[in-house]
Design a protein around this ligand. Structure first.
Ligand code: UTP
Length: 219
């Protein structure tokens, strides 16, 4: 299978051993699958972007800072992996070129204006991925923000258009951290790529690739 994995930036806030655990699982998966990993910026990106904002940077400038952090995280993961390219591609075309010789490619963000989830879904569409894996901080998609609404229910399966409605509704309330950005969901809808959203733990990545039903399936 050709897989694209979006790995949340929170992974890189943990100890080196945690990053190594992810690297080992991804190396193992890359032995039997073609793998593209897109990593996020996490807390470090948010902190540096806030500092830049205080210094008068506009939002596009802040996005560039976020992108730089995602690329540093991509380096950390790529250097911890045995099978990954050590160059961090800055575009999808570069990523595909690198993937010709190697079975795993790790990258960060590309252009300002969205999150790495959107980058990862766009990459999945570009490479005609068989499956998009969103390894994130929540264990699936809920009808509402589970941290704020105790009645929120988790979906086992959801269509991209149903997810779009939830994301639009949540985006309307300020400060809510939506599970996937709007652009990512729109690209999923138009591409028809099958996606799974699940709690980003190394073992969970292995389980999803092996076909186990965890998290929420978007199709
Ligand atoms: P992230 O995708 O990591 O944002 O990129 P996030 O929402 O904090 O996700 P987690 O917490 O890691 O899962 C950090 C920031 O970098 C910019 C955006 O500003 C984003 O919020 N960015 C990232 C871009 O502008 N373009 C990209 O392609 C990627």
């Amino acid at each position: 299978m050709r897989l694209v994995i979006s790995l949340g930036g929170s992974v890189f806030e943990g100890p080196a051993e945690k990053i190594k655990e992810f690297a080992d699982v991804l190396d193992e998966i890359s032995k039997s699958h073609e793998l593209f990993v897109v990593v996020g910026g996490g807390r470090l990106a948010r902190e540096l972007m806030a500092k830049a904002r205080e210094l008068g940077a506009n939002e596009v400038m802040c996005d560039y800072i976020g992108i730089a952090v995602t690329r540093i995280n991509a380096m950390l993961l790529a250097f911890a992996m045995k099978n990954s390219a050590k160059k961090i591609p800055e575009s999808f075309i570069e990523a595909v070129e690198l993937a010709r010789d190697l079975k795993a490619v790790v990258m960060g963000g590309t252009i300002p204006g969205h999150t790495t989830d959107a980058t990862a879904v766009l990459l999945a569409e570009f490479v005609n991925a068989d499956l998009f894996l969103n390894a994130t901080s929540v264990d699936g998609i809920y009808s509402d923000d589970p941290k704020k609404n105790p009645d929120a229910v988790k979906f086992e399966k959801i269509s991209p258009s149903e997810l779009l409605e939830i994301v639009v509704k949540q985006k309307a309330s300020a400060g809510v951290n939506v599970v996937m950005d709007l652009l990512a969901v729109k690209i999923l809808e138009r591409s028809g790529i099958k996606a799974v959203v699940f709690k980003g733990e190394p073992e969970n990545i292995r389980r999803v690739v092996n076909g186990e039903k965890i998290g929420t399936l978007i199709c």
